[in-house]
Design a protein around this ligand. Structure first.
Ligand code: ZN
Length: 165
Protein backbone atom coordinates (compact mmCIF):
# COMPACT_ATOMS: atom_id res chain seq x y z
CA UNK A 1 0.00 0.00 0.00
CA UNK A 2 1.64 3.26 -1.10
CA UNK A 3 2.07 5.86 1.62
CA UNK A 4 0.24 9.14 1.08
CA UNK A 5 2.33 12.28 1.16
CA UNK A 6 1.51 15.69 2.66
CA UNK A 7 -0.95 17.49 0.40
CA UNK A 8 -3.22 14.44 0.09
CA UNK A 9 -6.58 15.51 1.61
CA UNK A 10 -7.11 12.12 3.31
CA UNK A 11 -4.38 13.07 5.79
CA UNK A 12 -6.52 15.96 7.05
CA UNK A 13 -9.72 13.98 7.57
CA UNK A 14 -10.80 12.79 11.00
CA UNK A 15 -10.75 8.99 10.84
CA UNK A 16 -13.94 7.01 11.40
CA UNK A 17 -14.32 5.00 14.59
CA UNK A 18 -14.26 1.28 13.71
CA UNK A 19 -17.51 -0.38 14.83
CA UNK A 20 -16.94 -3.76 13.25
CA UNK A 21 -13.59 -5.50 13.18
CA UNK A 22 -14.25 -7.58 10.09
CA UNK A 23 -12.11 -9.11 7.35
CA UNK A 24 -11.59 -5.76 5.64
CA UNK A 25 -10.00 -4.33 8.82
CA UNK A 26 -7.83 -7.41 9.15
CA UNK A 27 -6.64 -7.03 5.55
CA UNK A 28 -6.03 -3.32 6.05
CA UNK A 29 -3.90 -4.02 9.14
CA UNK A 30 -1.87 -6.66 7.29
CA UNK A 31 -1.28 -4.39 4.31
CA UNK A 32 -0.21 -1.59 6.63
CA UNK A 33 2.24 -3.86 8.45
CA UNK A 34 3.90 -4.65 5.14
CA UNK A 35 4.13 -0.98 4.17
CA UNK A 36 5.49 -0.07 7.59
CA UNK A 37 8.14 -2.78 7.42
CA UNK A 38 9.24 -1.71 3.96
CA UNK A 39 9.42 1.93 4.99
CA UNK A 40 11.16 1.00 8.26
CA UNK A 41 9.03 3.51 10.11
CA UNK A 42 8.08 3.50 13.80
CA UNK A 43 4.38 3.79 13.17
CA UNK A 44 1.72 4.10 10.50
CA UNK A 45 -1.89 5.28 10.66
CA UNK A 46 -4.61 4.08 8.25
CA UNK A 47 -5.17 7.56 6.70
CA UNK A 48 -1.54 7.41 5.56
CA UNK A 49 -2.47 4.58 3.22
CA UNK A 50 -5.69 6.29 2.14
CA UNK A 51 -8.16 4.70 4.58
CA UNK A 52 -9.94 7.10 6.91
CA UNK A 53 -10.32 4.54 9.73
CA UNK A 54 -9.21 4.76 13.36
CA UNK A 55 -6.48 2.16 13.12
CA UNK A 56 -2.74 2.46 13.54
CA UNK A 57 0.25 0.16 13.75
CA UNK A 58 3.20 0.66 16.06
CA UNK A 59 6.44 -0.98 14.96
CA UNK A 60 7.48 -2.34 18.36
CA UNK A 61 10.09 -4.77 16.92
CA UNK A 62 11.99 -1.79 15.51
CA UNK A 63 12.21 -0.28 19.02
CA UNK A 64 12.83 -3.52 20.93
CA UNK A 65 14.29 -6.53 19.17
CA UNK A 66 12.83 -8.90 21.78
CA UNK A 67 9.35 -8.04 20.54
CA UNK A 68 8.36 -10.04 17.48
CA UNK A 69 5.11 -8.45 16.34
CA UNK A 70 3.97 -4.93 15.63
CA UNK A 71 1.11 -3.57 17.72
CA UNK A 72 -2.25 -3.03 16.03
CA UNK A 73 -4.32 -0.40 17.76
CA UNK A 74 -7.97 0.25 16.92
CA UNK A 75 -9.92 3.33 18.13
CA UNK A 76 -7.11 4.53 20.41
CA UNK A 77 -7.83 7.14 23.07
CA UNK A 78 -5.24 8.96 25.15
CA UNK A 79 -6.30 9.21 28.80
CA UNK A 80 -3.28 10.72 30.46
CA UNK A 81 -0.56 13.13 29.40
CA UNK A 82 2.29 14.02 31.74
CA UNK A 83 5.46 16.04 31.44
CA UNK A 84 6.96 17.50 28.32
CA UNK A 85 9.92 16.60 26.08
CA UNK A 86 11.27 18.26 22.99
CA UNK A 87 12.64 15.73 20.51
CA UNK A 88 13.30 15.35 16.80
CA UNK A 89 10.50 13.74 14.90
CA UNK A 90 9.82 12.64 11.34
CA UNK A 91 6.81 11.24 9.49
CA UNK A 92 6.51 8.86 6.54
CA UNK A 93 4.09 11.36 4.97
CA UNK A 94 6.77 14.08 5.17
CA UNK A 95 9.84 12.43 3.63
CA UNK A 96 13.06 14.27 4.35
CA UNK A 97 11.56 16.51 7.03
CA UNK A 98 12.72 16.23 10.65
CA UNK A 99 11.67 18.77 13.24
CA UNK A 100 11.75 19.18 17.00
CA UNK A 101 8.30 18.65 18.48
CA UNK A 102 7.24 19.13 22.10
CA UNK A 103 5.12 16.28 23.39
CA UNK A 104 4.14 14.81 26.76
CA UNK A 105 6.82 12.55 28.26
CA UNK A 106 4.36 9.97 29.53
CA UNK A 107 0.92 8.84 28.39
CA UNK A 108 -1.72 6.22 29.05
CA UNK A 109 -4.08 5.04 26.37
CA UNK A 110 -6.75 2.48 25.63
CA UNK A 111 -7.82 0.88 22.38
CA UNK A 112 -8.89 -2.41 20.85
CA UNK A 113 -6.74 -5.15 19.37
CA UNK A 114 -7.64 -7.02 16.16
CA UNK A 115 -9.79 -9.46 18.18
CA UNK A 116 -11.78 -6.61 19.68
CA UNK A 117 -10.23 -6.92 23.15
CA UNK A 118 -9.96 -3.72 25.16
CA UNK A 119 -6.26 -2.98 25.71
CA UNK A 120 -4.53 -0.53 28.02
CA UNK A 121 -1.04 0.84 27.57
CA UNK A 122 1.31 3.15 29.40
CA UNK A 123 4.26 4.55 27.57
CA UNK A 124 7.10 7.01 28.05
CA UNK A 125 9.61 8.84 25.90
CA UNK A 126 9.95 7.51 22.31
CA UNK A 127 7.06 5.06 22.56
CA UNK A 128 4.77 7.72 24.04
CA UNK A 129 5.80 9.97 21.17
CA UNK A 130 4.95 7.34 18.56
CA UNK A 131 1.53 6.71 20.13
CA UNK A 132 0.80 10.44 20.20
CA UNK A 133 2.01 10.94 16.62
CA UNK A 134 -0.20 8.11 15.31
CA UNK A 135 -3.31 9.13 17.25
CA UNK A 136 -2.77 12.65 15.91
CA UNK A 137 -3.00 11.21 12.38
CA UNK A 138 -6.40 9.73 13.24
CA UNK A 139 -7.59 13.22 14.12
CA UNK A 140 -6.20 14.74 10.94
CA UNK A 141 -3.42 16.43 12.92
CA UNK A 142 0.05 16.45 11.36
CA UNK A 143 3.60 16.95 12.53
CA UNK A 144 3.78 20.52 11.25
CA UNK A 145 0.73 21.54 13.30
CA UNK A 146 2.92 21.36 16.40
CA UNK A 147 5.40 23.92 15.07
CA UNK A 148 5.46 27.64 15.69
CA UNK A 149 4.50 29.88 12.76
CA UNK A 150 8.14 30.88 12.35
CA UNK A 151 9.38 27.29 12.21
CA UNK A 152 6.67 26.38 9.75
CA UNK A 153 7.62 29.39 7.64
CA UNK A 154 11.18 28.03 7.44
CA UNK A 155 9.83 24.77 6.00
CA UNK A 156 7.58 26.50 3.49
CA UNK A 157 9.57 25.63 0.37
CA UNK A 158 10.11 22.01 1.37
CA UNK A 159 6.38 21.60 2.12
CA UNK A 160 5.46 23.21 -1.20
CA UNK A 161 7.68 20.69 -3.01
CA UNK A 162 6.05 17.75 -1.19
CA UNK A 163 2.60 19.03 -2.13
CA UNK A 164 3.56 19.29 -5.79
CA UNK A 165 4.91 15.75 -5.87
ZN1 ZN B 1 3.21 10.47 10.64
Amino acid sequence: MPIRIFGDPVLRKKAQVIENIDGSIDRLARGMMESLNQARGLGLAAPQVGHSKALCIINLPLMNEKIKHPLVLINPKIHLREGEVNYEEGCLSFPGIYVDVKRPQKIALTGLDLDGNEMEYEAGDILARVFLHETDHLNGVLLIDHLSTIKRQLLKNKLKKLKQE
